[in-house]
Ligand binder design. Structure first.
Ligand code: CO
Length: 464
């Protein structure tokens, strides 16, 4: 019997996709033992937006959260999402910071590090991947899936081979927008299995409704592991429900390590999380639905909600359709980056500006940095008009941007002095200075918390 592994995403991607990563540790603490007993291939529980959210909204130390999860889940491999050279943030960091962050992630409990780069630029993946190997972790290299005139099966396979050279233990096909169809999935998984010869894991979202077909065809093509979410936080912009795919795979004769009773008990607790999130308005019914427009515009679910927020703030919701249609045009001008953090934000914000102020009448600093090559190599050609507007005759940078960055871990550690209690604190500060600084102050003096802290944006089922 063919064995299929399941990566449970409820503690990271599922809650990030549906409830803006606002689940505090206390709300999932009692599910951890059950989750550990399900028999998952891995538990994705850290990285992505969880780090930022812990410091910014939940007044939690992200490192302490990781250690507590590890303690409660000794049997299951813990997995994190790492944005390559962009760390867990939105811009490139120096190599020494990447190395130290990987070291501390593994030291505090992470087993599998999924590394991706928004542009699929290998130069942004190498340092992180090699660090994972150096500190004894499982290095999973990612291919961000997208469709464009410059993205081909051959190019994806070529990237797979490069990831293998960097020491990848497995390859993830990362379909963040849920736009990968079943045939594309079948062909890509098969090609990677045949030519790269490493375990393949498939990550997709239910956004467009393609997910169950895509997952099933991936498995038929030889995928070893798939990403799913317990049903309470599944569907819509999140992952496909774990229970349903396990049921289907078993019926089709696959072997899946999965304790139904434990999963049911864990899911029953997450039902309360879902209930509270619906009642508080945190779980917007909008993210639960199916968005077939993404098949036309290639706009991931998270990007749609950002777009709406941005337009509402400008009192310009009447420009929604226009802004949505502008996104693929800006993406083409930028040389077809896959739309994922941070390129999704870079593209989305500029698209809204183009619609409100006129095309490239105002150019964001992020687009300028992108055109200068600071985020890496664009997959295709950046529009000449945009290059002229931004560079004004200067040559775009050819080298690797991170090579121009000064090492900053040691320097920051010295600057912080006693404010930082550990290397982990220094890393929190480097990643999110303002949020970390606030968090350190609150930790020293909890009574200094502003009155509204924790009631406006923070969500908790205890308050229900
Ligand atoms: Co995802």
């Amino acid at each position: 019997m063919t064995k299929i592994g399941i990566t449970e995403t409820i503690l990271r991607d599922a809650q990030q996709s549906q409830i803006a990563t606002r689940m505090p540790f206390s709300d999932f603490e009692k599910s951890l033992k059950d989750l550990d007993n399900v028999g998952y291939h891995s538990l994705e529980c850290w990285g992505g937006a969880t780090f930022d959210s812990c410091l910014r909204y939940l007044n939690e130390d992200p490192w302490e959260r990781l250690r507590k999860i590890k303690e409660a889940c000794p049997k299951t491999k813990l997995q994190m999402l790492f944005r390559g050279q962009n760390l867990l943030g939105y811009r490139p960091y120096s190599d020494d910071v990447i190395d130290k962050f990987v070291e501390c992630s593994i030291k505090n409990g992470i087993d599998i590090v999924r590394v991706f780069d928004a542009l699929n630029d290998p130069r942004n993946l190498k340092v992180a991947m090699e660090a994972v190997k150096k500190y004894g972790g499982h290095a999973q290299g990612s291919i961000c899936f997208t469709q464009s005139p410059v993205h081909t099966l051959e190019k994806f396979v070529e990237l797979g081979k490069t990831l293998r050279e960097f020491g990848a233990d497995s390859i993830c096909i990362k379909d963040m927008a849920g736009i990968m169809g079943p045939k594309e999935a079948f062909d890509l998984v098969k090609a990677l299995k045949d030519e790269v010869k490493l375990p393949v894991q498939v990550h997709t979202h239910c956004t467009t409704g393609l997910a169950p077909f895509t997952l099933l065809k991936s498995v038929e093509a030889g995928a070893d592991v798939i990403d799913t979410a317990l049903s309470s936080l599944s569907g819509g912009t999140s992952q496909y429900p774990t229970e349903s795919i396990v049921y289907s795979l078993r019926q089709l004769g696959y072997e899946v390590s999965f304790d139904d009773k434990m999963a049911k008990r864990a899911n029953d607790n997450f039902k309360k999380v879902q209930d509270t999130a619906i009642k508080s308005g945190l779980l917007d019914p909008y993210v639960m639905g199916t968005k077939t427009d993404a098949l036309i515009y290639q706009v991931p679910g998270g990007m749609l909600s950002n777009l709406i927020a941005q337009l509402k703030a400008q009192n310009a919701m009447d420009k929604f359709d226009e802004a949505l249609a502008e996104i693929p045009r800006v993406r083409a001008d930028l040389g077809y980056p896959p739309l994922v953090t941070p390129t999704s934000q870079i593209t989305g914000v500029q698209a809204v500006m183009n619609v409100l102020a006129g095309r490239y009448k105002m150019i964001t600093n992020e687009v300028k940095a992108y055109v200068r090559g600071e985020y890496g190599q664009a997959p295709g050609e950046v529009s000449q008009e945009l290059i002229k507007l931004v560079l004004k005759g200067e040559e775009p940078k050819k080298g690797r941007f991170a090579d121009t960055l000064e090492p900053m871990f040691q320097k920051t550690k010295e600057e912080l002095g006693k404010k930082a209690k550990s290397d982990e604190d220094v890393l929190s500060f480097i990643a999110f200075p303002q949020q970390a600084e606030n968090f350190f102050k609150l930790r020293e003096n909890p009574s200094s918390a502003p009155k509204e802290q924790g009631t406006t944006v923070k969500y908790s089922i205890r308050k229900a």
